[in-house]
Design a protein around this ligand. Structure first.
Ligand code: AKG
Ligand code: FE2
Length: 353
C-alpha cells in the first residue's frame, strides 16, 4: 500500500477490546467481563483456585477490571495527548534513527530480503537461508546491526529519562514505550514492515495472513529487577510478530513457545528459546508464548505486532468472533471495513485459512 492509499485507509478496533482479555496480574489470568453474573460464572472457580478466597479479594478484582476498562476507554484521547506533547517537547538523541536506512539492517537480513523479493523465491529456498527453527515455526534472524540496536536503546533511555509522558506498551507489560507516540512509526517501523518484513512473512506465514500485512503496533518492553520481571503465557493481537532483543546486559529472560492458541494446554509442550542481544525472532502472533523472569540486569525488546486486515476482518484474533468494528486512531487494531477485500485478495493472492 503506498502513501496515498494509506491516507485513505481507516482502521478499526473490535468491540471486544472493552470486555475481553483483561489480564489480572495477581492471578496470572485473562478474563472476560460483560456482566458480574457472567464474570462469576466464567471465572470465579479458577480465581478461587488461584487464591482469590474472600469477598475483599473479589472486590479488588472487580475494581482492577473497572480500572482497566476505563484505561482502555480513554486510550485514544490520552495517546493523542501524549503524542502531541512528545512532538512538542521531546528532542531526540539520535534523530537519524527516525528514518530507516539500509545501513541499520544486518547484511544477512538484506540478503534474505533480496531473495524473498526475487522471482521464483519459495519457502524452501528461504528456509535454507534461515537458522533452524528455534521452536515450531519460530525463526531467529539478525534484523538490525548491533550499532543500530545500541543506538535505539540509547534513544529509548534518553526518552525514558525525559519528562515526556509515556504510554504503557500493552495490557500485560507495565514498562516500555509505544513507538508511534515517539514518532518512530512513519519513518522506521512502517517501511521496515512494508519493504523488508512483508516479503519474508509472505513466504514463512502465508497461512496466517503473512502475504497481506497492512498495519502494525510497535512497542518496546522493558524488564528490570525492580519493575516487570517476566511475561505470562499469552498470544499477541497480531498475525505475525517480530521480537528483537535490544539489550542491555541481562541473565535469564528466555522466551518459551507452545502451540497455537486453539490447542488445549494439556496437549502442548513448550520449547525454551534463548534470545541473544541484537537477534530477532519471527513467530505467528497466535502461537502461545511467554518470557521467563530475568535474574539480573535489564532486558529491552522491540516488538512489532504485524496485522493483516484481510485475515482479522473475518475472525478477530482476540475474541475469535466476527469483529464488531469501532473506528480507531492511526492503525488502531488493524481491522478495516473490508471494502475491496475480495478484489484485493485476488490481486495480492492473499491466501486465507
Ligand atoms: O518479553 C518479550 O520479549 C516478549 C514480549 C511479548 O511477547 C509481547 O509483548 O507480546
Ligand atoms: Fe507476545
Amino acid at each position: 500500500m503506498d502513501e496515498g492509499e494509506r491516507e485513505k485507509q481507516c482502521f478499526y478496533t473490535c468491540r471486544c477490546y472493552l470486555t475481553d482479555n483483561i489480564f489480572l496480574e495477581d492471578y496470572r489470568l485473562h478474563v472476560r467481563y460483560v456482566t458480574e453474573q457472567q464474570f462469576r460464572a466464567d471465572h470465579q472457580q479458577v480465581l478461587r483456585s488461584r487464591g482469590c478466597l474472600t469477598d475483599e479479594h473479589f472486590d479488588e478484582v472487580l475494581q482492577k477490571i473497572a480500572q482497566e476498562v476505563e484505561r482502555r476507554q480513554s486510550l485514544n484521547i490520552e495517546s493523542a495527548e501524549r503524542t502531541a506533547a512528545i512532538r512538542q517537547g521531546y528532542r531526540p538523541l539520535h534523530p537519524h534513527l527516525y528514518h530507516l536506512q539500509e545501513s541499520f539492517l544486518a547484511p544477512g537480513f538484506l540478503q534474505i530480503v533480496a531473495y524473498c523479493r526475487s522471482s521464483g523465491a519459495d519457502q524452501e529456498g528461504l528456509l535454507g537461508m534461515l537458522q533452524s527453527e528455534a521452536a515450531p515455526r519460530v525463526f531467529g534472524l539478525a534484523v538490525f546491526t548491533r550499532t543500530f540496536c545500541r543506538e535505539l536503546l540509547e534513544e529509548l533511555e534518553h526518552f525514558e529519562r525525559s519528562p515526556a509522558p509515556k504510554g504503557r506498551p500493552n495490557t500485560m507489560n507495565n514498562y516500555g514505550m509505544l513507538l508511534n507516540e515517539l514518532g518512530l512509526d512513519e519513518g522506521l517501523t512502517t517501511p521496515l514492515r512494508e519493504r523488508y518484513l512483508g516479503p519474508i512473512a509472505s513466504l514463512l506465514y502465508p497461512d496466517c495472513g503473512g502475504r497481506c500485512l497492512d498495519s502494525h503496533k510497535a512497542f518496546v518492553v522493558k524488564y528490570d529487577l525492580r519493575e516487570d520481571l517476566d511475561l505470562s503465557y499469552h498470544y499477541d493481537n497480531a498475525e505475525v510478530t517480530l521480537n528483537v532483543s535490544l539489550g542491555k546486559d541481562f541473565t535469564g529472560g528466555n522466551l518459551y513457545f507452545g502451540d497455537m492458541k486453539d490447542v488445549p494446554l494439556g496437549d502442548t509442550e513448550c520449547s525454551e528459546v534463548e534470545h541473544r542481544v541484537s537477534a530477532g525472532l519471527l513467530h505467528r502472533g497466535q502461537q502461545m508464548h511467554g518470557a521467563l523472569p530475568i535474574a539480573a540486569g535489564q532486558r529491552w525488546s522491540l516488538i512489532v505486532w504485524m496485522r493483516a486486515s484481510r485475515q482479522r476482518n473475518r475472525r478477530c484474533p482476540m475474541c475469535s468472533q466476527t469483529p464488531s468494528l469501532v473506528r480507531g486512531e492511526g492503525f488502531a487494531d488493524g481491522f478495516t471495513d473490508g471494502v475491496g477485500d475480495e478484489e484485493g485478495a485476488r490481486n495480492a493472492s492473499c491466501v486465507l485459512t
